[in-house]
Design a protein around this ligand. Structure first.
Ligand code: NAP
Length: 236
């Protein structure tokens, strides 16, 4: 396991120069991103991805909220139901309270199977109840994979406050984004989107290592890519 993880760490890329403001997509063109959960995290990241030139569909159980959000962001943003967003996205980001994941996983099962899915969700027992206790014991990466079967999952954006998520592009590549995933294609797709909004993705390992991507853990907060690699090397 250690060797695999070290192998993963070597794969993590070098800092990428994304041009300054206004944001411009630095990856291979526009990506369609479907966002399920358009609250603090989904709304913020979706907004920065729109500014970076991607097409974003926001969704939640409140279409009026999502229509208003999309209208504020302009032509590259739209609103839909969670199923419409999951169908729309070449990449889907799920950003809901953890207690909603079982229902979201069932509702979207046929649409997210084989699709790249970014999982920002964190289990908190106080907020999410029993499912969070189960997920913490299992490890959040493996738990999310069980709740979203067949999705090509990448855990990312889990341990940085949403108020900072729109700021990384001001100093591209300075702040690292620890990520965990098992599928190389999904890791590459998520990494492109992460770089496009100014973070340098640092793969810390497979989904089993996703348990370390939570608030209150050693990797939480804003750190340089080098700091993340150093801390990740101590984790098992
Ligand atoms: N806040 C942070 O700084 C932060 C940072 C990193 C990670 N996270 C994690 O990311 C996730 C989202 O956090 P947040 O702060 O963005 O939460 P939030 O502001 O409460 O937003 C949650 C979103 O999910 C939607 N939602 C809830 N249940 C749903 C369902 N069954 N189907 C579809 N949409 C549903 C909500 O809208 P409706 O209720 O109207 O459907 C809302 O749009 C959480 O798991 C959190 O732990 C948060």
């Amino acid at each position: 396991m250690k060797q695999n993880r070290r192998g993963f760490l070597v794969v993590a890329g070098a800092a990428l120069a994304v041009s300054g403001l206004p944001l411009r997509a630095a990856g291979a063109g526009k990506t369609k991103i479907g966002i399920v959960g358009s609250g603090n995290v989904g709304g913020t990241l979706g907004g920065v991805w729109v500014k970076a030139g991607h097409e974003v569909m926001f969704s939640s159980r409140n279409i009026e909220h999502d229509k208003a959000l999309a209208a504020r962001l302009g032509g590259n943003a739209r609103a839909g139901t969670p199923r419409e967003a999951a169908a729309f996205g070449e990449v889907v980001m799920i950003s809901v309270p953890y207690r909603a994941l079982p229902e979201v996983g069932k509702d979207l099962a046929d649409l997210i199977r084989g699709k790249v899915v970014i999982d920002t969700c964190n289990p908190f027992v106080g907020r999410d109840g029993e499912i969070a206790d189960w997920a913490r014991k299992k490890g959040a990466g493996l738990a999310s994979a069980e709740l979203l079967p067949g999705a090509l999952l990448v855990r990312a954006f889990n341990a940085i406050g949403y108020t900072r998520m729109g700021a990384a592009h001001q100093q591209p590549g300075r702040i690292g984004m620890p990520i965990a995933g098992d599928d190389a294609r999904a890791i590459a797709a998520a990494s492109r989107l992460i770089r496009d909004i100014g973070y340098e993705p640092v793969l810390i390992g497979g989904l089993a290592m996703g348990k370390h991507l939570m608030p209150g853990m050693p990797l939480a907060g804003e750190r340089t890519p080098a700091e993340i690699r150093k801390i990740a090397a101590t984790l098992t």
